[in-house]
Design a binder for this molecule. Structure first.
Ligand code: SPV
Ligand code: MG
Length: 302
């Protein structure tokens, strides 16, 4: 992987946005791993992921707030900036509803692009949104309002490679397959580069039905959180372009931190907890501390 020195910049011959665009157009599935801070983003890349999902749920949780637009968009982009600087792979930012109307959405997208993210995903709900797995009150935006947002965002991006993903929440809101397809069609016409079709069913039936009806009109993105038992080969066969593992590093961190806090609190000692933890040597290696010495030798020939 690229060293810390080059982090935050586009390396090689192609930008992160153009790499993302290529990935979602390929026949092979692309996997986006969730991240919610610089560390989790770096770990996702080091462990082999070619692209990252900056999850609204996970970033909100890491900030100690709920995934209902409680964090401001500038707070979230502060987190995203750290993720961009800690990595070299393309990052897709969960832009929720775009924080209001076409104007706030395009300001968000423009700022995200300036920070170096490869794409933004906007969902067709009303601000303030609620996480799709919480409760049954998921009000959808008017199609005309959401297509206006898409057009405004596409007009304000600087690079033609930047990817705008339009997320269809019709299945989450219980509105059924025909409305989901109609909405996806309208978002395609408005200029979206990919469709994220979301479901919270425990099986993949409605997602696979959607894929069959949709065909190859635009790349499809999914997040198999609740229908995780479906093998990825079925998504690949159904023509899905990208799979988002949407919250798994954050949930791993929650259980690990709770376990270690509980144990240290009970024992009033950290003795013997060490063996369950990443060593400091591992942390220093992950963050490439040795690169500072190498850089100094190169710069000052010491
Ligand atoms: C997120 O990760 O914030 C998402 C995906 O939007 S989900 O939580 O599944 O709605
Ligand atoms: Mg989200």
């Amino acid at each position: 992987m690229t060293s810390v020195r080059e982090n935050g910049t586009d390396t090689g011959t192609s930008s992160r946005a153009s790499r993302l665009r290529t990935m979602i157009r390929e026949k092979e599935l692309t996997y986006l791993m969730e991240a919610h801070d610089g560390l989790s983003a770096r770990i996702a890349e080091v462990e082999g992921f070619q692209a990252i999902w900056a999850s609204g749920l996970s970033m909100s949780t890491a900030l100690g707030v709920r995934d209902s637009d409680e964090a401001s968009w500038s707070q979230l982009l502060g987190v995203v900036e750290a993720m961009v600087e800690a990595t070299t792979v393309p990052i897709v930012v969960d832009g929720d509803t775009g924080y209001g109307n076409f104007n706030t959405a395009r300001r968000f997208v423009a700022k995200a692009e300036r920070l170096g993210v490869a794409g933004v995903c906007l969902e067709d709900k009303i601000f303030p949104k609620m996480n799709s797995f919480v409760g049954d009150s998921h009000t959808l935006a008017e199609v005309s309002d959401f297509t206006a947002k898409i057009r405004a965002c596409k007009d304000s991006q600087r690079s033609s490679d930047f990817v705008l993903v339009a997320r269809v929440e019709a299945l989450i809101a219980g509105r059924g397959l025909p409305e989901a397809l109609d909405r996806a069609h309208a978002y395609h016409e408005a200029g979206a580069d990919a469709i994220f079709i979301h479901s919270r069913r425990s099986d993949a039936t409605e997602i696979l039905d959607f894929c069959r009806e949709w065909g190859e009109r635009l790349p499809l993105v999914i997040a198999p959180t609740t229908y995780a038992s479906t093998p990825s080969s079925e998504f690949q066969a159904a023509g899905v372009s990208a799979v988002i593992w949407a919250n798994h590093s954050m949930r791993a961190a929650v259980s690990a931190m709770r376990r270690v806090c509980r144990e240290i609190f009970a024992k009033q000692s950290v003795h013997r907890t060490e063996s369950e933890l990443a060593s400091l040597a591992e942390v220093f290696e992950l963050m490439e501390y040795s690169e500072i010495d190498e850089a100094e030798r190169r710069a000052y020939r010491v």
